[in-house]
Design a protein around this ligand. Structure first.
Ligand SMILES: NC(=O)CC[C@H](N)C(=O)O
Length: 309
């Protein structure tokens, strides 16, 4: 494995940005959430946070955007940290091979979602967090503020309202799981927390910093332990196999790192023991992953040789 410049990822990021420039603007922003559809798709940012606390960036790496499903990783980590392994009785760890908002497997599989990163699974995780904390979305926001060291991170009320207004599918998923006894809280309250959670706005710099506990084998920004080494490894494994939905195989093939995407166009990826990457560009492919974002991560692992393989 070639040794990348550990202290200065700047030139590497500049090169990646230049290489993928022709792709910026391709794809389409998430149209089913109207508040996201209007985002300027020509934006691109990328950040790398190393384990010593340094953050390097290129392009729009300081611009906040809608984190969306990337928050599902952080919610999972908190739910496991606070409530332990029993969560896995309610949600599986297998790739679904279906779109992130699909309902189709739930009936065959008795209301147990395939994994925590499709919407059904994330709703179960948020439900668990709500039971454990009494205020899932605020707990998550506080956690993200602490890990990113940015107290200004907040919810986007317009995005949350937009999701609520166009939330029939998530409501159907939640009610359906409730019919199997796999949701503990009232569905309307759960959906509200889920939509607030998805609306959290963060930049690539924030996300790269916040995700460092996954590269640090479970250690938080303040040096305390959030997860055991084994739990951090498990979350990274589920990210690798399920973090980019029905494109997880393609993502593993091209990028070779655990990654979690969101329909805001962001992706967080982890090089365990080394660094965390965050990339953002709003144009999505047909599976809901950022076109330029995946290409930039692909370029990163190709140029550096850094991968879990
Ligand atoms: N893949 C995503 O980012 C989906 C999150 C979005 N808020 C939804 O529930 O539909």
């Amino acid at each position: 494995m070639p040794d990348v410049v550990r202290t200065d990822y700047g030139p590497l990021l500049e090169r990646i940005a230049a290489d993928i420039a022709p792709l910026i603007g391709s794809g389409t922003p998430a149209e089913y959430i109207p508040a996201l559809a209007s985002v300027d798709r020509r934006q691109f940012g990328m950040a790398i946070a190393d384990l010593d606390g340094n953050v390097f960036g290129v392009g729009d790496w300081r611009v906040p955007f809608s984190a969306q499903s990337i928050t599902k990783v952080f919610a999972l980590a908190l739910a496991l940290a606070e409530g332990g392994d029993s969560l896995w009785e309610r949600v599986g760890r297998e790739p679904s091979g279906n779109p992130f908002n699909s309902l189709v497997q739930l009936e065959y599989e008795n209301g147990i979602p395939r994994n925590p990163f499709i919407n059904a699974g994330a709703l179960v995780v948020t439900d668990r967090l709500q039971t454990l904390t009494g205020d899932a979305s605020s707990e998550l926001l506080e956690f993200l503020r602490q890990e990113s060291r940015n107290p200004d991170i907040g919810f986007d009320a317009e995005v949350a309202a937009s999701e609520q207004e166009h939330g029939d599918r998530n409501a159907a998923v939640a009610h359906f799981m409730a019919s199997y006894g796999n949701i503990d809280n009232p569905v309307p309250a759960l959906l509200e927390h889920y939509f607030w959670q998805c609306s959290i706005e963060m930049s690539c710099a924030d996300l790269a910093r916040a995700g460092r506990f996954l590269a640090r084998h479970g250690l938080r920004a303040d040096g305390t332990r959030l997860l055991t080494r084994s739990e951090a490894k498990q979350i990274n494994a589920v990210m690798l196999t399920c973090g980019t939905y029905d494109a997880a195989g393609e993502f593993a093939y091209r990028v070779g790192l655990p990654g979690k995407s969101g329909v805001g166009g962001g992706i967080v990826a982890v090089v365990p023991g080394r660094c965390t990457l965050a990339v953002w560009s709003p144009g999505l492919d047909s599976r809901g992953n950022s076109v330029a974002g995946v290409a930039a991560l692909d370029r990163f692992t190709t140029l550096t040789g850094l991968s879990v393989f």
